[in-house]
Write a protein that binds this ligand. Structure first.
Ligand code: C2O
Ligand code: CU
Length: 646
């Protein structure tokens, strides 16, 4: 569009200029005629061609989104190619003027589309988000415009040698291809507009996940309202449920019917996921798979029966990596049906990162004190919601000052747990450990070893302390302690899933990573089987099947691999079967170089996420789904719906 008025008048002077002046082949005659031709600009040509390349690369995606956009991008790319060539072959002042006006118009359109939206668009007057490719193209165009102006203002009569010409064009020679590379790569691998994890297939799928809700019953109803909103904690902005980070502890009794109304007062869409709980799929809270994210001002009613006792937590599952870090987290405790023993002090400890910082906190504070008297039985329900560093390392709390038992992992009781001395308890992001002890006569114990994430290798991470009771606090040298080993703790017992002679579905999952283009920019992807979400093929299962995973960690990072709606039975670590109690987890922590074998029974129909719970890894690609036969989702992920589950 910018070359419609391309002027050809300089062309006739071309041969005259050649050989005498490399940069300005056909400036005006020396006999006083108005200067009408101009110097050629290799730099402006390179920048314009770079922008053209990005526009061509973005065409397929725009065609699929909205045909008029696709056509516009082809025309724009073609015009920019023509302009780029003309700037070298037939430069003239009129060409520079036309190029300037045309390119400014394109930049203007872009600014409009990113601020107030365009009148002719898939959704008129809705601003689009800025991504790397459109940013890169616009930057190239803006610099080109500066050069157009420069050339218009310059008398083109100077003679310039080849070396000088080469040098002045050197910056553009590097910059234009570099931006074009990034822009083209990004434009060819855009964030999907609408990706469906389990599309409806006529004749094959019959149930929507939306129909997989809790069936009516006569259970005791426990109702809560969680209002997500913006708040301030310690002078920093946070996103919180009911104004506090973490949100309120929800405590219910096993078998209760839990009703939670989510009210969204945030400036962004959100949802709630009940981490570790086997809820009906429609209540799982995953934006783009089990529901649409709740828009600002909207509400959503969650309802499920708390069938399993244990320690769980809840968190947003829309833009999860950011919304968890901002503070949208809380504990949910399901007390067992049996009447609680007397003298039990039962505390849930949500260990987390303070929003807007790298400080570590427990239940919102870096120095928590809990009450307990000598002789009291104390149950600590420790949940790791700390945002880890890039390596995904677990936290390793240590209970010092009293022997204890590991009563449960990820909410599931362990058989015949033995007493433990002080040990580091590795908890990957999302994992829980319940420990039980009797308060000693010395009066005080503490939970040590709570370290935050060091931002840089040389920085000292923040710490948090938890003390229980009053008295002389025990000291402990955390770094010298062994780590708790779940593969040989407690006593063996029956586990139908772990003891099964064979499995109906076996899927190896290789954890890795690679740099590459994804969601519109060049980045490092964390991968399942070399692929990044949403393009990791799902695991297809049928209700009733036994499904086994052989997980191999070929990456230098820790990955707590988490499944929704189901519980893994751990079979083996590094090829060796467990020798202690059966272990049931919703996330298995896989350290660099390790292999783990886990299995689950497909007994909760739906479309379920399976992802690394280091949410930076999940949003970098470590995400897939378990798809039950015959079930589809009407929801999509991507720019169209705004659902971003990671
Ligand atoms: Cu707590 Cu999909 O996760
Ligand atoms: Cu990971």
């Amino acid at each position: 569009m910018t070359t419609t008025g391309v002027e050809r008048e300089g062309a006739g002077e071309l041969d005259r200029g050649l050989g005498t002046d490399v940069d300005a082949p056909h400036f005006q005659s020396r006999h006083g005629t108005k200067p009408r031709s101009a110097a050629r600009s290799y730099s402006a040509a390179l920048l314009t061609l770079g922008a053209a390349a990005i526009h061509f690369a973005a065409t397929p995606d725009h065609v699929s989104e909205y045909l008029p956009y696709g056509i516009f991008f082809i025309l724009l790319g073609a015009a920019q190619v023509a302009l780029g060539v003309s700037l070298v072959v037939v430069p003239s002042r009129r060409l520079y003027s036309a190029a300037l006006l045309g390119t400014l118009a394109v930049i203007g359109l872009w600014v409009m589309s990113r601020t107030i939206g365009l009148p002719i668009a898939p959704v008129p007057w809705r601003p689009e988000t800025i991504a790397f490719p459109d940013f890169a193209a616009t930057l190239l165009e803006a610099i080109a415009c500066a050069l157009f102006i420069l050339h218009l203002g310059r008398r083109p009569a100077q003679r310039r040698g080849r070396v000088r010409v080469a040098l002045t064009n050197l910056p553009a020679l590097f910059f234009a291809p570099l931006m074009a590379f990034g822009g083209v790569g990004g434009a060819l691998t855009p964030m999907p507009h609408a990706y469906n994890a389990a599309p409806f297939v006529a004749g094959q799928t019959s149930h929507s996940v939306a129909d997989l809700a809790a069936i009516a019953g006569t259970e005791t109803i426990e109702s809560f309202t969680l209002t997500a909103g913006v708040t301030m904690t310690r002078g920093l902005q946070a996103w919180a449920y009911n104004g506090t980070v973490p949100g309120p502890e929800l405590r219910v009794r096993q078998g209760d019917r839990v009703r939670v109304t989510l009210v969204n007062h945030l400036p962004a869409a959100t949802s709630i996921h009940w981490h570790g709980m086997r809820v009906p799929d429609a209540m799982d809270g995953v934006a783009g798979i089990t529901q649409d994210a709740v828009k600002p001002g909207g509400t959503f009613a969650y309802e499920f029966v708390a069938s399993d006792a244990g320690t769980y937590w809840y968190h947003s599952h829309q833009d999860t990596s950011h919304q968890i870090a901002r503070g949208l987290i809380g504990s949910i405790v399901v007390e067992s049906k049996e009447a609680p023993a007397a003298n039990v002090r039962d505390y849930s400890l949500l260990v987390h990162t303070q929003p807007g910082s790298d400080a570590i906190a427990v239940n919102g504070t870096d120095s928590l004190h809990l009450r307990a008297a000598p002789g009291d039985t104390v149950r600590l329900r420790i949940t790791n919601a700390v945002v880890p560093g890039f390596d995904g390392a677990p936290i390793t709390p240590v209970l010092a000052g009293v022997p204890y038992v590991m009563a449960a992992l990820d909410g599931h009781d362990l058989n015949a747990p033995q007493r433990l001395g002080p040990e580091r308890i590795p908890l990957g992001m999302g994992q829980r450990a319940d420990i039980i002890f009797t308060m000693p006569n010395t009066g005080a114990v503490r939970l040590a070893g709570l370290k935050g994430t060091a931002l840089f290798p040389w920085s000292t991470p923040a710490t948090a302390s938890v003390t229980i009771g009053v008295g002389l606090l025990p000291s402990v040298n955390v770094s010298s302690l062994p780590s708790f080993d779940l593969t040989r703790y407690g006593l063996p017992a029956q586990d139908a899933v772990a003891d099964a002679p064979q499995y109906d579905v076996t899927r190896e999952i290789v954890l890795g990573g690679a740099p590459g283009f994804r969601n519109g920019s060049f980045d490092f992807s964390d991968t399942f089987d070399g692929m990044a979400s949403p393009y990791v093929p799902p695991i297809h299962v049928r209700e009733g099947q036994l499904v086994r995973h052989h997980i191999v960690n070929n990456s230098p990072k820790f990955h707590p691999i988490h499944i929704h709606g189901h519980v893994f039975s751990v079979l083996a670590k590094n090829g060796r079967r467990l020798t202690g109690a059966p272990i049931h987890l919703d996330a298995v922590l896989v350290a660099p170089g390790e292999t783990w074998d886990v299995a689950f029974k497909a007994d909760n129909p739906g479309i379920w996420m399976l992802h690394c719970h280091v949410l930076a890894h999940a949003s970098a690609g470590m995400n897939m789904t378990v798809n039950y036969e015959g079930i589809y989702t009407p929801y999509t992920m991507g720019t169209q719906s705004g659902n971003i589950p990671e």
